[in-house]
Design a protein around this ligand. Structure first.
Ligand code: HPA
Length: 273
């Protein structure tokens, strides 16, 4: 594993003029371009040593290396999902390499169904905590202490400082921002009305098919992590549910993309290490 990581890290480093302190992962239909002043490289995942390839239509699958206000950023445009058939370890490999690249803060984004009855489609939610219902775990198996501890603590999985900073920015910029618990189920089917109801009563505010495995590996690696869900469909109570296609999710996310990018850009400009 360590040799594999070294090889991937050396390859990516050759495109970075400076150490990238921030990495971001963009979910369904969310594009990164607005954040960058300059692009240094676009690396399709199939050109990066040891990366698996995204098979989903709205997930491009490329690493964009660029710069904003002189800071080098790694933007993963498109992610791997468990439902594509990959293991939890394979999906999280792009996060596993970040520590050695010098990344200190990871920002994850996704589209999610809203099960908090106060949430509306188009809302942006900061993830304050998560519930992991994946049937696989990225840390299952022998632990290599050089990568992280056997039993990583998850009390503050989502960097509390960042959560506060974002609340401040939401007020300053007058861009509404929700906060809540993201529950991950394996997909690829959306949930039945009964399942959404169960998830609400389990304590979820939003439901999706990604993010939590990446969070776990970031915590294990000692990288700060935060995430945003764009609420693409309303799921609780059951009278609010409407039939939802992949295109509906992408179309709804597109409407919120601008606001999300304004918040992230403001964080990069005001708080980024
Ligand atoms: N369930 C799971 N994943 C999702 C949903 C949903 O309702 N909406 C967008 N991603």
């Amino acid at each position: 594993m360590i040799e594999k990581i070294n090889e991937t890290v050396r390859f990516i480093q050759s495109f970075c003029p400076e150490i990238p302190r921030i990495a971001m992962v963009f979910g369904s239909g969310i594009s990164s371009e607005a954040l960058l002043d300059q692009v240094f490289a676009r690396l399709p995942y199939n050109k990066i040593p040891h990366f698996a390839i995204s098979t989903v239509k709205n997930h491009k699958g490329e690493l964009v290396i660029g710069e904003r206000a002189g800071k080098t950023l790694l933007l993963f445009s498109g992610r791997l999902h468990y439902y594509e058939g990959y293991s939890a370890k394979e999906i999280t490999y792009p996060v596993r390499i970040l520590k050695d690249l010098g990344v200190e803060q990871l920002i994850l984004t996704n589209a999610a169904g809203g099960v908090n009855p106060d949430f509306n489609a188009g809302d942006i939610m900061q993830i304050s905590d998560h519930i992991n219902l994946f049937p696989d775990h990225p840390l299952r198996g022998k632990n290599d202490e050089r990568l992280g501890p056997r039993f990583p603590d998850m009390l503050h999985a989502y960097n509390p400082e960042f959560l506060v900073q974002m609340e401040t920015l939401s007020t300053t910029l007058d861009i509404p921002l929700r906060k809540g618990v993201y529950l991950a189920s394996q997909g690829p089917s959306l949930e039945t009305p009964a399942e959404y109801t169960m998830m609400r009563f389990m304590g979820a505010d939003a439901v999706g098919m990604s993010t939590v495995l990446e969070t776990i590996v970031a915590v294990h690696s000692g990288i700060k992590v935060n995430g945003f869900s764009v609420i693409s469909n309303e799921c609780f109570p059951i009278e609010r549910i409407v039939e939802t296609s992949e295109q509906d999710v992408v179309d709804m996310v597109k409407k919120s993309e601008d606001r999300l990018m304004q918040l992230v850009a403001a964080w990069l400009d005001n708080y980024c290490p």
